[in-house]
Design a protein around this ligand. Sequence first.
Ligand SMILES: O=c1ccn([C@H]2C[C@H](O)[C@@H](CO)O2)c(=O)[nH]1
Ligand SMILES: [Zn+2]
Length: 137
Amino acid sequence: MPEQIDGSTLLELARSARDLAYAPYSHFHVGAALQTKDGLVFPGCNVENAAYGLCNCAERTALFSAMAAGCKPGDFSAIAVIADTPEPVTPCGSCRQVLAELCPADMPVLLANTAGSTRQTTVEALLPDGFRLVLAG
Ligand SMILES: O=c1ccn([C@H]2C[C@H](O)[C@@H](CO)O2)c(=O)[nH]1
Ligand SMILES: [Zn+2]
């Protein structure tokens, strides 16, 4: 695998991405940074909408941006996520489902809060036994 940036640098990139969050409804700003096996990093922030159901999380912004730039499922090597929470922020169910489809099961997921607490988990640990479309017959 080409040169990878370390977890603390990836978290700093997520922290910078968080500054770009558009969250006028929740005022909850989230940043993400998604690293590819090729050594690229795609930032993500949450982007809200007056139609609340359209709000997009930082994690999915980063993943969809990477896919729009030509990345394919399995191309990713780590993601960092940060928000102003008492404990390191943890991805919502929708993001877990998208992570599970696009990222390796053992991919590290680095979670942090702005105060500096961190936790590391994996895609599989966040969504064990997740749904996959396997057609019968
Ligand atoms: O892991 C998370 C959790 C929440 N949000 C966003 C969605 C919404 O804009 C706001 C409040 O839920 O935070 C994220 O971006 N990532
Ligand atoms: Zn989410």
